[in-house]
Every structure is written in C-alpha cells, then in structure tokens.
Design a binder for this molecule. Structure first.
Ligand code: C2O
Ligand code: CU
Length: 490
C-alpha cells in the first residue's frame, strides 16, 4: 500500500485533468439545494496530524493522530439554510479529500476521489460549497485512504440547527461518539488499519474501545427530571453497536439527522437500535431523580459495553411523566412510489476483481483519474452485482451501476448474500427506508445509511438528483476492497 502510494503520488496532479467529458457521455450538472440568496458563512478548515494521549493518562502518547483544526472530533454548527464556503487546506503528509456525509451538496463538492475531484495533495487546498438545506446531525471525513485517516481520528461532526427546535426545551445535549483506537498498548503506536483477514470478514477492529476519544467511559451531568438530547454516532471504521440504555424513558427522535415520530426504545425488538459505521441517532432521554444515573450501553458484545453515564443533579425540577418530544418533520424531496423504477442489487463476496460489464476504456479521462489517484485500495474482496470498485495496479473505474434521471424516483432493493453485516450508504440523497425482510413492523424512516444483515433484503426509495454519486458499505475496509459502486444521474 505504502509503496503503491509513493509511486502514485507523482501522478496525483494528473488526476485533476480527469474532469473532462467521459466516455459515458456528458457529465451531470450540479444542482443547488439552496437559493442563491442563502446566507454564506466562509470558514477555513485544515486537516493535520497531532500527538494525543489516546491510551489514557500515564500511558505512552500517540503520534500521527489525524484531526481537523487540531481538535479531536471537531464540531461545526450552523443554522439550517446557511451555505458554508469551506476553504480547506491539507496539512497531512498524504493526499485527502473532505466528504460531507449525508449533506445534500452539489456533487462536485462531494469529496469522492477520483469520481468528483482529484485527491488534494499534501499542502494542497480545495474549496467546498456546502449548502445546508436540511436540519440534523451530520459529519464529515476524508474519502481518500479513509481506512487509514478515519482510523487515526479524522472525523468531525456537523450540526445543522433548526431554530424551531429551541422551543422543544431540551435541558442538555450530550454526544456519544463511538470510535475505537487501533494501537499497540505497550508503546501507543498505530497498528495496521487494513488487514486482509479483517477486510475479507467483518473488518479489523480497534484494540481499545473509546467514547468521545476517551478509553474511560465519560460521566456527564444533566438536571434531574430534565430532558437530554443525546447525539450518538458510530464513527468507527468497523464496529457495529446495539445502542440501548437502562431507562424506559428514552425515545429515538431522529435517525441520521432526520426527524421521525418518536420511537420508544423499550418498544423496539430487544430494546435496542443496531448502528453500523456512519449511523447517527438523536435520542431523547428523561433524567431520573437526583443522584440516580442513566447508563448508555452497546449491548452487541457478550458483556454490555458502557458507552456513557448520565448523572442526574438536582436543579430544582419536579418529576413529570415522560412524553417524547417530536422534532419538526423533515422537508427533503420525497420519492413517488407509484412511479418509481425498481432496481435490484446484491451485496456479495468477490473472488477477485470481477467486472462483468465493460469497464471504461483506459484512455477515458475518468479512468485515468482513477489510476492516478492515491485514494484506492489494493485488494478486492467484495462486489455489488458482480462489479467491484477497482483496486490494485491495473485499476479501472467500473461502469456506473445505472444511469438515473434527475427528478425520477427509484426503489433500490438491496440483498446481502454475505455472512457479514454491511451498512450501505448512498451519497447525495436522503432516502426512505421502506422495508426490511428481517425487521417487520419498523415504520418507514429517512436515512442516508442503512444496515443490511446476512440474508436480509432492504428496500430504500429516493428521488434522484443530478450528479455522480457513490453507493458503498461504510465498513471502511469493505469499501476499500471493492464494496462500492456509483450512479450517474443526468
Ligand atoms: Cu461517510 Cu462515502 O461516506
Ligand atoms: Cu460491508
């Protein structure tokens, strides 16, 4: 991987030439999700490396921790309807890009190298146009050597606030960022993030678990009998959790930032919500009496793993009965299910780089950009409908899974025929999860990433918006070893 990258670095600049008309015909035009008159907030953002005590106090410190603006898990906040104009600078020693996960940005700001931009070389800059049309809880991360860079911490939160939510009267907001560290416990050095054994199975796990970067589960205070808005995200490369807590007074009020009628955790099967990498939840938790605690767990492991403890402190509030707060309903474009075109996809294992349809001709600018990119994996273990995202030295961009029409509605039926879970993410869209063959009875909800279990078929629906958009598993080693395809929407 390292040597391949070194070889490719010299060619990275050539990738910039890739954004010319391709063999597939004309390129999509970017569509804006905000009016031209939207207020603009200009901000500088830099990715870089730092040293941090990841193993905890008194233990060897870790070098090469990747952060934005020198802040682990940086949090940006802006009101809905704002346009962020981000002047990004790459201070990492390697190429990177920024992907605004779940945000409906124009595709040329989607950060997918090499499909929508060339990798930003060390010391390079790129300017991103990031309209924020939908309130909610989003995040951003690189889309170039994600396994390595996200693995070392390069994840930031993006909160798009709706002023209408202020009157809901939450007393506190707390974050639960699930992200393990993959370190040698003796010296604090990073271990290899990509392993063939992991990439070809459920992914390579961290060696130490952490919440909000800390190996000791955080304890935070909130007013007794008060209302807490918990913002939970799985920012790990690999780990899937079964989110739950030890109180009945808790309800999911948003999934992937999109509001839904509150779902009481106690009414869900096993009283948990399964969350794979990239998934977010907003949970309304009612605090108990002064001195009592609410414990938030991952119940997926044999022994429940304590993620965070909320401690109730007396602030003079009186006990009232719990009524979950409903957030304002989302306004994202909805699919027309009666007119939708149905497309079926299988998530499979790959015996090798198998591309059944004709790949792009090697002299196609997009194919050249891909080959010149330093953002690609070196092995192929997975496929979607027998097509794997290119990898290795003879890398070629696979053809799009399908060319879609801007404004038309589509239903994707996704069947996982592997032995492992795959959280599938579609760029550029917020889709409706219509059904699952394994979880009957869950009402439809909006999301940008959906879990598919072994032998499960999940149906999602969306209204297509113009652009080149990838569709991939968010277990990062899976996407780096073939589990990614793309749609062209014209
Ligand atoms: Cu958060 Cu393409 O991913
Ligand atoms: Cu996967």
């Amino acid at each position: 991987m390292i040597s391949r990258r070194a070889v490719l670095l010299g060619g990275a600049a050539a990738g910039a030439a890739g954004f010319a008309p391709s063999a597939l015909g004309r390129l999509p035009t970017s569509r804006d999700t905000l009016p031209k008159s939207a207020p603009v907030r200009r901000l500088a953002l830099a990715a870089g490396e730092m040293e941090a005590p990841l193993l905890g106090p008194g233990k060897p410190r870790t070098k090469g921790v990747c952060t934005y603006d020198g802040t682990p898990f940086l949090t940006l906040r802006a009101p809905v309807g704002t346009r962020l104009q981000v002047d990004f600078e790459n201070r990492l020693p390697d190429p990177t890009t920024v992907h605004w996960h779940g945000v409906r940005v124009p595709y040329l700001s989607d950060g997918v190298s090499p499909l929508t931009q060339a990798p930003i070389p060390a010391g390079g800059r790129f300017s991103y146009d990031v309209p924020l049309p939908d309130p909610g809880f989003y995040f951003f991360h690189p889309h170039c050597d994600e396994t390595g860079q996200v693995g070392r911490g390069l994840v930031a939160l993006l909160l798009v606030d709706d002023p209408a939510e202020a009157k809901l009267g939450f007393d506190a907001e707390h974050f639960v960022i699930v992200k393990d560290w993959r370190l040698d416990a003796d010296n604090g050095r990073w271990l290899e993030m990509f392993t063939d054994e992991g990439a070809s199975t459920s992914g390579t796990f961290g060696t130490v678990r952490a919440t909000n970067g800390s190996v000791t589960p955080p304890r935070v205070e909130a007013p007794a009998y008060g209302d807490v808005r918990l913002r939970v995200i799985v920012a790990d490369n690999t780990r899937t959790i079964d989110f739950g807590c030890d109180t009945e007074d808790a309800a999911i009020i948003a999934i992937d930032g999109q509001a839904l009628p509150p779902l009481l955790l106690s009414k869900l099967p096993d009283e948990i919500w399964r969350m794979g990498p990239a998934m977010r939840l907003d949970v309304h938790v009612r605090m108990p009496a002064p001195g009592a605690e609410v414990k938030v767990y991952d119940y997926r492991t044999a022994e429940p793993y304590l993620l965070t403890t909320l401690v109730a402190v007396d602030k003079g509030r009186k006990k009232t009965s719990f009524r979950p707060k409903a957030l304002p309903p989302p306004k994202v474009p909805q699919p027309d299910l009666k007119r939708a075109t149905r497309l079926d996809y299988l998530v499979q294992t790959a015996a090798g780089p198998i591309v059944t349809a004709e790949p792009l001709p090697p002299d196609d600018p997009l194919a050249k950009a891909l080959i010149a990119s330093a953002c690609v994996g070196s092995r192929t273990f997975w496929a979607i409908n027998r097509n794997s995202w290119g990898a290795g030295p003879d890398l070629r961009l696979p053809p799009p899974l399908m060319t879609l029409r801007d404004g038309d509605s589509y239903i994707l039926s996704i069947t996982n025929v592997t032995k492992h879970v795959h959280p599938m993410h579609l760029h550029g869209h917020i889709f409706r999860v219509l059904s699952s063959s394994k979880k009957p009875g869950i009402p439809p909800y909006l999301a940008d990433t959906v879990m598919t279990e072994p032998n499960e078929t999940v149906e999602i629906a969306f209204r297509a918006t113009s652009g080149d958009w990838v569709f991939h598993c968010h277990i990062l080693e899976h996407m780096d070893s073939g589990l990614m395809g793309w749609f062209r929407v014209l």
